[in-house]
Write a protein that binds this ligand. Structure first.
Ligand code: NAD
Length: 519
């Protein structure tokens, strides 16, 4: 292994890389105390993880990780590129043989221990997430549970991977189908769920016997590195899980060009997903994509208004609207439009905007300035085309990247708010007359990830669910993701499924074995 031999003093810092962490006196009291807790738990990692070693970039470059709520720099982390990625691939490749040869039970034990450690360090992981991503602590704790659930689930599910015996066409033959791990997996993940988008991929990959190179978002590497640290502590062997971060296109290209990487699994924007899919063609890799959504949330006039308001609020505003399954378009039947709008606005007004470390906060900042500018562009486009801002519609007085919880009325299908993912705390309301029109409006998009329906009618909920061109449908419920059910989109929202027994298949190859002369 090239890197293992090359690892000299320059690349390995001591276990704690405190020299690269911003002194606490430069931070607000809350953030400083939170960082101290994380550091005391040994979970403040700033280097990449390759072959079980914490390493710097070859050229020593670093990038800063900022707290979006305050702008303060939390840490500088290694900024890696193609050389470090090649090392990580070599490490994953050389570990594949031993890891994949373990029994499912042996792999399961290590994963179970990783799960236990994540749960034991729930608070530090949630604090890291809130600091680098901005989500309120309550949501961050929820994500730790959700993220950990994939490791626990797949530790068990991988014990139930069976092949097949096929009745032969010639009597002296025996035909078998084996399920085997695909090999080295490159996992590229976004910033909006800094832990769960990693464990949803790494859990099943490791459980199946694959080894992994993870590239987390440059905005949220600290949570990823802390989780990887816990994996090492749990006994996941050196090289089975590697983490590189920094120059995204360079790392992406290195993963795509390597013939040793047999699968790319990506969660992120549709634009980058398309590039990765095209780039996988050269080496004919397997590809799974979890891309952007544009979820419709259809409120029929027979809906229980309280249930519909509660469900739409949760589906729209969690994570400040920065979720791929966010209710991006709330379609409301004409008969209850006014009633729903006023109840919904009242509920939105109850959201408390603030720093996620404060207990009272229910909506944190957006990830960065570019995200706020995108929201502003969408609002300007909508108002210039006749929509009316019913609540909010501007930056929050807290400054930074805080944006007011916003409701926009009379949105139509020629507006950006209808056509694209706004990825911010903006709820567009769109009136409709009939069920047919609602289905037509809901499907009038290239995306196809999540959809929501609110109705008291069982036949209608069934009929409409079947007609929606989406991978997930919530009926009278705004938050539906769980580790036991398949998650993924149709159309340009992606390829493949994560979670559940179906998520295992993404990391397996079928091998047919024909045994002759058995008669
Ligand atoms: P993004 O596409 O900008 O980045 C995602 C990841 O790809 C990051 O790690 C980034 O560094 C990396 N990346 C960027 N350019 C790359 C390149 N050329 N080669 C290789 N890697 C590259 O997305 P984002 O802004 O981090 O995340 C938000 C998007 O993710 C939204 O569109 C959201 O809907 C989507 N998302 C989808 C799901 C899902 O399950 N379908 C879940 C969460 C987020």
């Amino acid at each position: 292994m090239r890197r293992a031999a090359a690892l000299g003093a320059r690349h390995i810092l001591a276990a704690s890389s405190s020299s690269r962490v911003v002194p606490l006196r430069h931070m607000s009291a809350d953030a400083g105390a939170a960082m101290e807790k994380i550091r005391a738990a040994g979970l403040l990692r700033t280097q990449g993880l390759i072959a079980g070693q914490w390493v710097d970039a070859y050229d020593g470059k670093t990038i800063e990780v900022q707290n979006p709520a305050t702008g303060e720099v939390l840490a500088s982390v290694s900024c890696m590129g193609s050389r470090e990625t090649s090392d990580a691939i070599a490490s994953a490749h050389s570990t594949f043989y031993s890891w994949s040869k373990l029994t499912a039970n042996e792999r399961s034990k290590a994963l179970r221990k990783w799960y236990d450690l994540i749960i034991a360090h729930k608070e530090e992981l949630a604090l890291l997430m809130t600091l680098e991503q901005g989500k309120p602590m309550k949501e961050a704790l929820g994500e730790v549970n959700y993220g950990a659930s994939f490791i626990e689930y797949f530790a068990e599910e991988a014990k139930r991977i069976y092949g097949d015996i096929i009745p032969p066409t010639l009597s002296d033959r025996r035909l078998l189908v084996l399920k085997q791990p695909v090999g080295v997996v490159g996992a590229i993940t976004p910033w909006n769920f800094p832990l769960a988008m990693i464990t949803r991929k790494v859990g099943p990959a490791l459980a199946c016997g694959c080894t992994v190179v993870v590239k987390p978002s440059e905005f949220t590497p600290l949570t990823a590195l802390a989780a990887a640290d816990l994996a090492l502590q749990a006994g996941i062997p050196a090289g089975a899980l590697n983490v590189v971060m920094g120059n995204a296109p360079e790392i992406g290209d290195a993963l795509l060009q390597s013939t040793q990487v047999r699968k790319i699994t990506f969660t992120g924007s549709t634009a980058v997903g398309k590039k990765l899919m095209a780039g996988s063609a050269d080496t004919v890799k397997k590809v799974s994509l979890e891309l952007g959504g544009n979820a419709p949330c259809i409120v029929f006039d027979d809906a229980d208004i309280d249930v519909a308001v509660k469900g739409s609020l949760a589906a729209k505003f969690r994570n400040s609207g920065q979720t791929c399954v966010c209710a991006n378009r709330i379609l409301v039947q004409e008969g209850i439009y006014e009633k729903f709008a006023s109840a919904f606005i009242k509920a939105v007004q109850s959201l408390q905007v603030g720093n996620g470390l404060e207990e009272s906060t229910s909506q944190g900042p957006l990830i960065n300035e570019a995200a706020v500018q995108k929201v502003e562009k969408f609002i300007n486009d909508a108002t210039s085309k006749g929509a009316n801002v019913m609540l909010g519609g501007k930056r929050h007085s807290l400054g930074m990247t805080f944006y007011e919880p916003t409701v926009v009325g009379n949105v139509s299908n020629d507006m950006l708010l209808f056509r694209e993912e706004v990825f911010g705390p903006v709820a567009p309301l769109i009136p409709f007359k009939t069920e047919e029109e609602a289905i037509h409006l809901a499907n009038d998009t290239n995306a196809g990830l999540a959809a929501y329906i609110f109705t008291r009618s069982i036949p209608r909920s069934w009929r409409v669910s079947e007609s929606l061109e989406y991978g997930l449908v919530g009926v009278n419920e705004g938050i539906i993701s769980t580790e036991v059910a398949p998650f993924g989109g149709v159309k340009q929202s992606g390829l493949g499924r994560e979670g559940s027994k179906y998520g295992v298949d993404e990391y397996l190859e079928l091998k047919y074995i024909c045994m002759g002369n058995m008669g």
